[in-house]
Ligand binder design. Structure first.
Ligand SMILES: Nc1ncnc2c1ncn2[C@@H]1O[C@H](COP(=O)(O)OP(=O)(O)OP(=O)(O)O)[C@@H](O)[C@H]1O
Ligand SMILES: [Mg+2]
Length: 348
């Protein structure tokens, strides 16, 4: 009779705009927001998935909307992180418990959890998050669309917390089969922040790491302004996201087709230059014998800025060849994938 380990490894990435979870063949993304309940007609909802209709009960027995449900329905919403840091530990733990409930097959399960947090999160907050996640938790969740409730218990046997881009560093080295520490810079371009993490001799170099507000939404905001100036039409940055993701170079505004191609290229160049300058500035804080072998460009922004940055990091002399710049296969999930790998190494 085969005997399988009952503890599951979980990788979490607690970003300023989305939380990601990877465990076995599960892979989830939810917006990093929680919110007040706002009950209403829900019988009409098409999408009855737990992922998009998630409500969790907090310590006081109150309902809290999580992720997409909070984004769409809550009147009072709180972001879990902003300005490059985690905001409320209690709220983050609540959201993490809610997302863990999605992978439960029975009403009791054991986990080893490795979590990535924004780079500017303090040591104290990280420790609090580790303590808060570790141990036994009662979880009560409800599906807003169906009214179904579930009650479960989890045991987090071990909890690790690291800066988000470390997940990609681990993932890439493991995937490449590199077993020695390689001096690297990991540039994680997200929705609202770019995190830069510097690794030297296998250590995280705090003085050479930091975050920037230039990221994917800087591009869509710049475009939105340019479109308004040119055509008088207001197109919200959020609505330009899909256009950018699909690599489209024209849009329809007020019944007219506009060519946004060169504006996109120009913005990509400007934002990339800011990222390169900041990386250079941070690298000045490394010891002189540091030898950056790899620059890893990750996060959803890698799909947009990756190509330009590959060349630009090389031209800025930060790496010795364009091949030294690596983009992971799944840039959006790569931190969480790496954290799951790390969690696995901690299982007995
Ligand atoms: N395939 C894609 N092509 C282009 N852009 C993409 C793609 N996938 C995601 N993006 C963009 O990347 C951004 C999301 O990236 P990511 O998930 O890394 O951000 P995040 O981690 O939630 O944000 P932050 O790091 O600021 O917390 C979005 O702005 C999205 O439009
Ligand atoms: Mg991110």
């Amino acid at each position: 009779m085969p005997i399988e380990p009952m503890t599951k490894a979980v990788g979490l990435d607690l970003g300023t705009s989305t939380i990601k979870l990877v465990s076995g063949n599960h892979s989830y993304r939810i917006p990093s927001v929680i919110g007040s309940p706002n009950p209403g007609w829900s019988g009409m909802v098409q999408d009855k998935s737990w992922l998009n209709n998630l409500i969790i009960e907090d310590a006081n027995g109150n309902d809290v909307y999580i992720g997409e449900l909070a984004r769409l329905q809550s009147e009072i919403r709180k972001s879990l992180a902003s300005e490059g840091k985690m905001k409320s530990i209690d709220n983050s733990i609540l959201a993490l418990k809610a997302i863990l409930s999605l992978i439960m097959k029975s009403n009791y399960e054991q986990f080893v959890v490795a979590t990535g947090v924004p780079i500017a999160t303090g040591v104290e907050e990280s420790k609090e998050l580790i303590r808060g996640l570790k141990g036994t938790h009662e979880i009560k969740v409800k599906n807003d669309a169906t009214g179904e409730t579930k009650q479960m218990k989890i045991l987090v046997e071990q909890s690790l917390v690291m800066p988000e881009p470390y997940g990609t560093y681990y993932n890439i080295l493991k995937t490449l089969g590199v077993t020695t520490a390689v001096d690297s810079v990991i540039v994680d371009i997200g929705h609202g922040t770019t995190d830069i993490l510097c690794m030297y001799n296998g250590r995280i170099m705090r003085a050479a790491s930091g975050s920037l507000e230039e990221a994917t939404d800087s591009l869509t905001s710049a475009l939105s302004r340019a479109i308004q100036e040119k055509s008088g039409k207001i197109i919200r940055p959020f609505d330009l996201m899909k256009t950018i993701e699909q690599g489209k170079r024209t849009i329809l505004a007020g019944g007219k087709v506009l060519d946004i191609g060169s504006a996109v290229d120009q913005s990509i160049e400007t934002i990339s230059e800011v990222i390169i300058d900041e990386t250079n500035r941070l690298l000045n804080n490394l010891p002189p014998d540091a030898w950056i072998e790899k620059v890893m460009v990750t996060g959803g922004g890698a799909y947009i800025f990756g190509k330009y940055l590959k060349q630009a990091f090389f031209e800025a002399d930060i790496v010795k060849s364009p091949e030294g710049v690596i983009v992971p296969e799944d840039a959006v999930m790569s931190n969480a994938i790496g954290f799951e790998m790390i969690a696995k190494t901690k299982m007995k």
